[in-house]
Ligand binder design. Structure first.
Ligand code: MV4
Length: 479
């Protein structure tokens, strides 16, 4: 592999290109008119504008990207996350054009893109799943009977959904018919597929996912877990590895289950198997994400592996150079997603110019970003500014480093979720590892952050007054 095209933008495009360069591989960036001066464009060896700012006129144009790649003699395309990364047709077209798609085969993407197909594929592997239906529900009366048997609350999920999209909680049988009809029509509108199914609603779960890696020779390993329970509205905010609640036994069991899920769809490359963990520490398979994930860096820090390098090697038809027994966890890592959003105004996107942008740096601090000072934060894309990642020998050490890094991070011109991150990392429940997916709903309110701001403002005012008095002529006047 001599040259790869990265069909993405922002921090992930840059992060992929850095590894490619380290491996002696040339890089091609594609960009929209909004990203002309973006770091991923400047970093690449070659860059091609593919269209206007809206994603469906640029980063989602698979055929155009493939055409550009062919013209520039590209050997492989890395899709990053989002955009075309889980588009089975795109992966197929890349291969039909004689290039390598750095990702799984379309077969695996298709199976895991349908929750019902995924459940069906893993059925014979003895993977624990939440009680529910394994086929689409169509008949209201029959479905209601099943829901009653499972016991309320239940969740209606869209088969084509994922990541929380197309889910509905139903509290009792009175609401059932209405909610089922809404769920079906929503799924039809959003995904063009009205298949929905029922699951028992696990009320206070942890969201724990296992990173897997597989080569073309039947070798599949897991790279342990990431704890992703701190999220708001299905948007992850803080991730960590390892999870503070898994015992080595449970970690092995979940790891082995994840490897089986990967094998069930003949998975090749890097992928992530999502589980729910209930309050009794039972785990259940939810879905598999067939891409490199946003939060992959925490896994890299605790395993000392470069996941993009592994993806490239596997795509190059190389064997994994290690086995499960060679892998171990060293230390603890956190990731805080820093968004250009205003936590004091319902996390509204806060776009504008980055008047000041100075990320922290130093040992055991990693910032994956795609912005520099003076840049405009575009409104067309996800408003994530960066991922602030810290590492330590222990969880406490990594947490402390995160708080220091947050306080050193200087951003002016747009609001960011950094103060929200500070709230999380200072919270007692978070610090002692006692939390689940309800953390934000349970503990967060704008008033809390405002109170912190006011307290800081008071302290700052007193401090200024003290200095003023110390320096003032009044105090220095002779008696
Ligand atoms: C669930 C669940 C509880 N019970 N499934 C969210 C992401 C997607 N991958 C699946 N998700 C969930 N599936 C069952 N059977 C809880 C979640 C969930 C969630 C649900 C409603 C509101 C917020 C949530 C936050 C995290 C996970």
């Amino acid at each position: 592999m001599k040259k790869i095209l990265v069909a993405n933008r922002g921090e992930i495009a840059l992060r992929i290109m850095k590894t490619a360069r380290n491996m002696g591989i040339k890089t091609v960036a594609v960009f929209s008119e909004a990203d002309r001066n973006a770091p991923h464009v400047k970093f690449a060896d070659e860059a091609v504008c593919i269209g206007p700012p809206p994603s469906n006129e640029s980063y989602l144009l698979g055929d155009k990207i493939i055409k550009v790649a062919k013209e520039l003699n590209v050997d492989a395309i890395h899709p990053g996350y989002g955009f075309l990364s889980e588009n089975a047709e795109f992966g197929e077209s890349v291969e039909k054009s004689g290039m390598i798609f750095i990702g799984p085969k379309s077969h695996a993407i298709r199976i895991m893109g349908s929750k019902l197909a995924a459940k069906d594929a893993v059925k014979k592997y003895d993977i624990p799943m939440v009680p529910g239906t394994d086929e689409a529900i169509t008949d209201v009366a029959a479905a209601k009977e099943i829901a009653k048997e499972i016991g309320f609350p239940i969740l209606i999920k869209a088969s084509a959904g994922g990541g929380g999209k197309g889910m509905r909680i139903v509290e009792n049988s009175k609401e059932f018919e209405d909610q089922m009809k809404r769920a079906i029509s929503e799924a039809e509108n959003a995904f063009g597929d009205g298949s929905v199914f029922i699951e028992k609603f696990v009320t206070s779960p942890r969201h724990i996912e296992i990173q897997v890696l597989a080569d073309n020779f039947g070798n599949t390993v897991h790279l342990f877990e990431r704890e992703c329970s701190i999220q708001r509205r299905h948007q992850k905010v803080v991730e960590e590895a390892p999870s503070s609640v898994l015992t080595p036994e449970l970690r092995n069991q979940m790891g082995e289950a994840a490897v089986k899920v990967a094998k069930a769809c003949d998975y090749v490359g890097a992928g992530t198997v999502e589980f729910l963990l209930d309050d009794k520490h039972n785990f259940y398979f939810l879905e598999m994400n067939t891409r490199l994930q946003v939060e992959h860096p925490v896994t890299e820090l605790i395993t000392d592996l470069d996941l993009v390098e592994q993806q490239i090697n596997v795509a190059n038809n190389e064997k994994l150079s290690f086995s499960q027994d060679d892998l171990k966890i060293t230390g603890h890592a956190f990731e805080l997603r820093v968004y250009a959003e205003d936590p004091l105004n319902n996390f509204m996107p806060s776009v504008g110019k980055l008047e000041v942008y100075r990320p922290p740096s130093g040992k055991n601090i990693r910032v994956d970003d795609g912005f520099t000072e003076g840049m405009q934060v575009p409104i067309q894309y996800d408003p994530m500014l960066s991922k602030l990642i810290t590492y330590g020998k222990t969880r406490n050490e990594a947490m402390q480093r995160m708080l220091e890094a947050i306080s050193e991070y200087d951003v002016e011109g747009v609001s960011t979720t950094l103060p929200f991150g500070k709230f999380v990392f200072e919270h007692e429940a978070f610090r002692c590892g006692n939390f689940d997916t309800n953390f934000v709903k349970k503990y967060w309110s704008e008033e809390k952050l405002k109170a912190v701001h006011e307290e800081e403002a008071k302290v700052a005012a007193l401090f200024a007054l003290k200095h003023y008095l110390k320096d003032s002529e009044i105090l220095r006047m002779p008696k």
